[in-house]
Each structure stands twice: as C-alpha cells, then as structure tokens.
Design a protein around this ligand. Structure first.
Ligand code: FAD
Ligand code: NAG
Ligand code: NAG
Ligand code: NAG
Length: 440
C-alpha cells in the first residue's frame, strides 16, 4: 500500500469492493460515479465549473507531469470554493473526487493538479480588491490567488512593500505560503510564511475559517508550508514595511569581500524584485520557457555545506550550463517551528537551488534524462553521507519517503490532516495521502 488513508481504515475493504463495482458499472454503462459530475453541475455558484476546457489544468511549470481533471472551478467568491468542497465532503468516502488549488501552476511535478478531480483556478480571484492598511504596523489584505507582483505594485502606491519575497513574483500568495517563500530577504526577515498575520482558509470539510497566531493557531501554522494539505487559502493578511530605497554603498561598506569580484547592476526596487520576469520574456520569445524543468531545491545544514560543495560541485556537477544554481544562507531563528515546513536540524542552513531547464539539444541527446540522473546522484550522495539535507518544494511518490522527509514531525502532520481534511480531498498531487477509498 503506497499511501495510507487517513480515516476509514476499517471500512477500506468493503469500500474498495464497492468502488470496484462502481468503476465496473461506470465503464460498461458510462454512468459515472454517484453524484459525479451531474450533481456538481447543479451547485449554486457565483462563478462557474467548466467540464470541457480543462486541459490547461493538467500542466505546470515543471512540464513533466500531466493529470487531467474532471472539472475546473472558476470561483468568483470564497463561498464558491466552500460550496464545492463541502459538496464533495458530503459525498463521503465513496466518491473518488479530490480538489487541488491551482495558483499560477509554477509547481514542478503536478502538485497543483487533481487527476479526475476538481481544480480550483485561484487566479479567478486575481485583481479583486486588495486593501492596504497604513499605520505603525502596515499590512495588506489580499486574495489567495493574488500574484505577488500585483501586491508589490498596489502597496508601492503607499510607499510600502512586503518584507520577504521569492526570486520571481509571478507566483500566487497561496502557492508560496503553502511552501515557505524563500529569497535573499529571508535571512533578515524570515520566509514569507513568517510575515503573515492572518489567513482565511477553506478546510477539507468546506468550512471557512479565519486563523492566526491567536485564533485557530493549529490550523494557521499547519497551513503555512502545509503543501495545500489542510485547507485552501482564500485570503491572507501580509505584513508590509516602508519600501527600501537604494543604499548600496552603505551596505557594501559593511561587507568584507574581494573588491575585484564585485559585480554591480543598478536598477530600481521594482526592477530588482521583478528581475526573473525579464529573463522569462526573453526565454519565452525563444521558446525556451515551456521546456521540462527538473529542478532540485535542497536545504543543507551549515556544518555540512563544505562536504556537500566538494562532492556536488567538485564531482557530480561537471556542467552547470543547464541553468542557474543559487545558494542562500538561511537563519532558522526567523522561522516559526509550529509551521508545517520541514527544515534541517541546524540553526543556519543553505538553500541550494539547481534550476535546470531541459532544452532539446542539437546533438539529439536527452537533456532531461541527463539532468534527472545528476539530481539522483546528488540526492543519493546526501543520503549516503548522512548530511541531514531536506528537500524544499519536496517531491516524493511513496508515503514511506514522506514519513522520512517529515521525520519526528510526521505525527503532527497526520493529526492535522485528520482534523482538517479527514477524507484527504485536498491537494492530491503531492501523493502524501490518498483519498480514503482506493481501487489500486
Ligand atoms: C521561475 C520560478 C521561480 C521561483 N522562485 C522561488 C523562490 O525564489 N523562492 C521560493 O520559495 N520559491 C520559488 N519558486 C517556487 C514557488 O514558490 C512554488 O513553485 C509555488 O508553489 C508556486 O506558486 P504557484 O502560485 O504557481 O503555486 P501552484 O503551483 O499553483 O501551487 C503549489 C501548491 O500549492 C497549492 N496551492 C496553490 N494555491 C493554494 C491556495 N490558495 N491555498 C492552498 N494551497 C494552494 C497547490 O495545490 C499546490 O500543491 C519558484 C518557482 C518558479 C517557477
Ligand atoms: C475573516 O476575516 C476577514 C477579514 O478580517 C473577514 O472579512 C471575513 O469575513 C472573515 N471570515 C470569517 C469566516 O470569519
Ligand atoms: C540569526 O538570528 C539570530 C536572531 O536574530 C541572531 O541572534 C543570530 O546572530 C543570527 N545568526 C547569524 C549567523 O547571523
Ligand atoms: C519551538 O520553538 C520554541 C521557542 O523558540 C521552543 O521553546 C520549542 O522547544 C521549539 N519546539 C520544537 C519542537 O522544536
């Protein structure tokens, strides 16, 4: 059994038989599962469910995994999300329907997809009114499907900006908060999940719940870095600060470095933050954006970074022409240990990101296969050398691997799943839990 269902263990066998019969019947008579999708069609929604234009929802930035959903929900309100999930929750464990929130679909291995389930197009919320609050502790209230680039532009109207970023801003709030949101600012301010005051979440039972450090704290921390497993983030309150001015000379004067290695490129704050988008436009024009992206992101403890570098950069990775490799130091004291994110066991660690693109080569060699072999060698080395490395944006296909990833935090993760999404309806693309019944 690859994935342990969360609940309904005892009923599993009976239900499996029943579901097999239903599958059999549905194949012969084309009946569909009970309540699917005809009952979905009658849901009272402000937006709409789409059953034909669904192919885009089977794609993501990774360009390697494609699972066709049954339907795509284009919500126009939070209650659309709640109504749909509640309906599927009420169908109980005999329905195979799952639900995945799809932000900007910049996942790498199908994490925002739902095989024969419902994909919620969170960007339908994009452009809905954001509300900036000025004052001593400024913040902005945004929808879960909002892109960070839009938040930047809106908050700058008030001379304010979020504190912590990702390298690339065409990602949604819900998508990055479900992982962590790490970039250069994380060392000073913590990741994006350390800079959120409050969330509104729709749980796997279709309940709309506000949560924060003070209110429903377990859900709040669970959702942060929670890989979409406990609820769909429909709103978030994000901490702001006065947008920094350029102070490069002042900052450089505090650093010790070899002056001949200094490389300076002077750009505005927005140009700096939106820098990857410039590359995106160039790559798109050459047809090099929509290629497979076998990325590998690792969190390496400080005490092991030299061992890691020696073997990985000195031996395994002879050729880095497949894409950039980023290395950031991260300070754990800026992370809250109640969130769902899994980190190495040391106070300082490095994010090492291998951001490869598998570009078809003129020699006809399979670039993708080569990169995947290299990634595996890196992972195998980390494991064999007991470096205590954790994956960021983790991808595993068996529950055994997930357990090992979570380590001592697995029990809490499972408890939260059974509290907030007991039927395992949400975010099936991670393959952590499987909906209670299974035909496999
Ligand atoms: C070019 C590029 C640069 C990147 N740079 C960085 C970086 O610098 N730092 C960093 O930390 N990450 C970075 N990432 C990774 C990125 O943060 C994740 O891939 C993130 O998940 C993408 O956000 P998205 O909106 O596209 O999410 P999706 O891919 O749409 O979704 C990701 C996961 O979150 C779930 N999800 C989506 N929306 C919600 C919601 N509202 N509520 C609950 N769950 C939800 C999905 O079901 C899925 O499981 C980068 C990715 C790309 C492609
Ligand atoms: C959650 O909080 C927001 C903003 O404070 C509010 O508008 C919304 O109605 C709340 N939702 C619930 C379910 O209480
Ligand atoms: C990490 O942050 C803590 C708390 O702010 C600080 O005391 C410590 O010096 C930082 N570590 C490094 C290496 O900067
Ligand atoms: C989490 O951090 C708090 C405060 O820093 C600490 O007291 C607690 O022991 C930590 N818990 C775990 C599980 O590491």
């Amino acid at each position: 059994m690859r994935h342990q269902p969360v609940g309904f263990l005892r009923e599993r066998n009976i239900l499996s038989v029943r579901s097999f019969m239903l599958l059999f019947l549905s194949c012969i008579f084309n009946l569909g599962f009970p309540g699917t999708p005809s009952s979905l069609k009658t849901l009272p929604l402000d937006g709409h469910l789409c059953f034909d234009k669904i192919h885009h929802a089977a794609r993501d930035f990774g360009n390697r995994y494609q699972f066709l959903p049954l339907a795509v929900l284009h919500p126009k309100s939070v209650s659309d999300v709640a109504t749909t999930i509640k309906h599927i929750w009420q169908m109980g464990p005999s329905s195979e329907l799952t639900v995945a929130a799809r932000g900007h679909a910049h996942s790498l291995q199908g994490q925002a997809q739902a095989h024969r389930g419902v994909v919620i197009n969170m960007e339908s919320f994009s452009g809905m009114k954001m509300q900036v609050y000025i004052g001593k502790h400024p913040y902005v209230d945004v929808y879960g499907g909002e892109l960070w680039i839009n938040i930047l532009h809106e908050s700058l109207k008030y001379g304010l900006a979020p504190k912590s970023w990702t390298d690339y801003l065409h990602l949604t709030v819900g998508g990055t908060l479900s992982n962590a949101g790490i970039s250069g600012q994380a060392f000073r301010h913590g990741p994006q999940i350390s800079n959120v005051h409050q969330l509104e979440v729709v749980t796997g039972k279709g309940e709309v719940v506000n949560c924060s450090e003070k209110q429903n704290a377990d859900l709040f921390y669970g959702v942060l870095g929670g890989l979409g497993q406990f609820g769909i983030i429909t709103r978030a309150r994000i901490s702001l600060e006065p947008a920094p001015k350029m102070e490069i000379e002042n900052l450089l004067s505090q650093l010790s470095y070899i002056s001949s290695t200094l490389f300076v490129s002077e750009v505005s704050y927005v140009e700096f933050l939106d820098r990857v988008h410039v590359s995106e436009i160039k790559l798109r024009s050459k047809g090099l954006w929509e290629v497979p992206h076998p990325w590998l992101n690792l969190l390496v403890p400080r005490s092991k970074i030299h061992n890691f570098a020696e073997e990985v950069f000195g031996n395994i990775l002879r050729d880095t022409s497949n894409g950039p490799v980023l290395v950031y130091p991260v300070n754990k004291s800026k992370w809250n240990n109640r969130t769902s994110v899994v980190l190495p066991d040391e106070d300082i660690f490095y994010l090492v990101a291998f951001l490869s693109s598998a570009v078809p080569s003129s020699s006809g060699t399979d670039g993708l296969e080569h990169i995947l072999i290299q990634n595996k060698r890196i992972l195998d080395f980390c494991e064999a050398a007991h470096l205590g490395v954790k994956q960021y944006l983790p991808h595993y296909t068996t529950q055994k691997e997930w357990r090992a990833h979570f380590g001592p935090r697995w029990e809490v993760f499972v408890q939260r799943k059974s509290a907030y999404d007991p039927l395992a309806i949400l975010s099936p693309g991670h393959q952590i839990f499987q909906k209670a019944i299974s035909i496999l």
